[in-house]
Design a protein around this ligand. Sequence first.
Ligand code: SAH
Ligand code: SF4
Ligand code: F3S
Length: 473
Amino acid sequence: MRELEILTEEDKEALELPRTSVEQENAVGKRKLYIESYGCQMNFSDSEIVTSILQEGGYATTSNFETADVILLNTCAIRENAEQKVRNRLKNFNYLKKKRPEMVVGVLGCMAERLKTKFLEEEKIVDVVAGPDAYRDLPNLLNEVEDGHKAINVFLSKEETYADITPVRLNSNGVTAFVSIMRGCDNMCSFCVVPFTRGRERSRDPQSILKECQDLLDTGYKEVTLLGQNVDSYKWASEDGSENVNFAQLLEKVALVSPELRIRFSTSHPKDITDEVLYTMKKYENICKYIHLPAQSGNSRILKLMNRTYDREWYINRIDAIRNILGEDCGISQDIITGFCTETEEEHQDTLSLMEYVKYDYGYMFAYSERPGTPAAKKLVDDIPEEVKKRRLTEVIDLQMRLSFERNNRHVGKIEKVLVEGFSKRSDDYLQGRNDQNKVVVFPKHHYKKGDYVMVKINEASAATLKGEAVNS
Ligand code: SAH
Ligand code: SF4
Ligand code: F3S
């Protein structure tokens, strides 16, 4: 078995991308759509909504961009290099556009929302620009292009949740799926572009969420990941005000869809994750004991400059609550930014010591990248030299590697429930799935198959993977 190294978000993106649409049967006579997604799970989930809207609008999907009539890139703006990746990709399509000038190139998502008309000016190849709340308008925008115009809609909505749209699952393993429960973000973390690209926070009607989960179960799916930038602030009220649902209550409703359906969720915000959520997790076996709780920094002064609205003590209090309520085995992962404005060496050490305290199972780590228009870009100086940011990042990644290795070793000797997602990357004689804590487990396949829950005895651990053997039980 090849060992996977621990990956940063960028590495993961580089490995996984491009994710493309699946080839559709019976596409004769229809215009062919190719869609590629960058960035977070939310964007991947949105591409499934876009595909649904455009299939309704008479398009068929293709996984071959060479023959596509419409190429859409669902873009990310979170860091400078995320945007650079999209610009490079657009350059790749230049030769196609020369060969087939009628081919339409559209950009969607966060970079589209950030740059707006500038995208059309800066990247001549682009015909359509659509922001995250404008996807219902895509069939019209594409028609406008047919008529020879460039088309743009970057209107941000206070209500749009695409609740009634059944996503078309792309690149699906048929076992795990994302379900978007809210959109936008009302926090103003000073480094972050998301509130500007995705607009105000709004929660989706719980009935439509439950229906989507039930439909997934009925078509063979076994795991859903509930998605939002800050799931703990999920809040829905019926129009007459008679029903209110918070995140803990939504989690309970989804857990009750079926004990056979596993539930995950992302992302939790340290300021909002409540004991009620933790007790709900404890109550239901099918809610996975894994929490992604981005810290960003372990130093209270930096957290204040980041406007994260919690300090080190508050974050530690939430970690202690997780450990007290859900036990030592609950998986915890982080996001950390190194080299934020004015961060001193001692403050960086506070991040390392927080990591040691929490003993994270996994992490996504980044060097600070100033984003135009954000509060940090306006009010603070991006004064940490690139090489210092990178060196601190390496220290954080190295420490996380050690912690992941130690945490993974705790599983050795245990028998754990694994949901099989498919063959292992290395060999078809092995299957690969995840345990409760979201860790990849690889084991010899025997008679087991995708979608099975298998009890696996863990024999070996690396920083990234667990290996084991199925046991009869
Ligand atoms: N809503 C999530 C984060 C979404 S963005 C949350 O609040 O935790 C994913 C991660 O990207 C963030 O947690 C942060 O660690 C990182 N990130 C965001 N803006 C960044 C920037 N300007 N530079 C570097 N990393 C950034
Ligand atoms: Fe960005 Fe903060 Fe919102 Fe997360 S909570 S998306 S980091 S503003
Ligand atoms: Fe990127 Fe937008 Fe997600 S900026 S990380 S795609 S919310």
